[in-house]
Design a protein around this ligand. Structure first.
Ligand code: FMN
Length: 225
């Protein structure tokens, strides 16, 4: 698969086969993500790859805390709710996903079930906890660098037939993740990636999210001269 095909076809995968992912394949995917550019080649990222018992512990801990009403707790600055155009796009993808899953607008139970799936990392066989050096916590470029690496990793996974979703929900109870994965104090948890073999039968996996046209995203200056 070439880069163009991977970039065109990749979409977030939220339903996985109950099938393990071999460690050598994960190492290949991580090696590709690790080729990402970073400011001054600082490479501020660290990855913690969980499967089996530790991942179950994280899933259970997340779920228990969310159900008990423990407020979300993450290690990067919390952002306010999206508004305006951002909110519109947030709603649009939620509607697409709920439509695909046949979840009615007023079906509170199934909506809640969907949210809980996210906290369980969509029952993926692998979760990659994405961290970066705490010394760079206030350096926005380190967040950018780690994000670039994460997208590279997700694209690389796709090119190998794996599916993934970058999943903020998976680290919403970051103290659980930190404790179970024994994350070193000098690292900050940014997000996680739920990953595995895509379940083609899972309806939400076929959702293609919309994008603004290029003319709305980019301005071109000096081309007509
Ligand atoms: C930083 C980040 C956090 C995300 N967190 C979640 C999440 O918690 N739950 C979820 O279902 N999708 C999550 N996503 C996936 C986005 O919803 C998805 O990328 C977006 O809707 C575009 O769809 P696509 O990836 O299929 O192109 C996240 C994506 C990013 C980049």
């Amino acid at each position: 698969m070439n880069v163009e095909q991977a970039m065109q076809e990749r979409r977030s995968i939220r339903g996985f086969k109950d099938q393990p992912v071999p460690r050598p394949l994960l190492e290949e995917v991580i090696a590709l993500g690790n080729r990402a550019p970073s400011s001054m080649n600082t490479q501020p990222w660290h990855l913690h790859v969980l499967t089996g018992a530790p991942l179950e512990k994280v899933r259970n801990g997340n779920t228990e805390r969310m159900l008990a009403g423990v407020p979300p707790s993450r290690e990067i600055e919390d952002y306010a709710a999206y508004e305006g155009e951002h909110r519109k796009r947030q709603i649009e993808i939620a509607v697409q996903l709920f439509e695909a899953m046949g979840i009615e607008r007023h079906d509170a139970e199934r909506r809640q079930d969907w949210v809980m799936r996210g906290f369980r990392q969509f029952d993926a066989p692998v979760s990659i906890v994405v961290c970066f050096d705490r010394a760079l916590l206030d350096n926005t470029i380190a967040h950018f660098d780690t994000g670039a690496m994460t997208y590279g990793l997700v694209l690389a996974a796709w090119s190998k037939g794996l599916g993934a979703v970058i999943n903020g929900q998976g680290i919403m109870q970051s103290p659980v993740v930190r404790e179970v994965a024994n994350i070193p104090d000098d690292q900050v948890i940014l997000t996680c990636v739920a990953l595995g073999w895509p379940d083609e039968e899972f309806e939400a996996n076929s959702v293609v999210s919309r994008r603004r046209p290029v003319e709305n995203v980019a301005r071109f200056l000096g081309f007509e001269e």
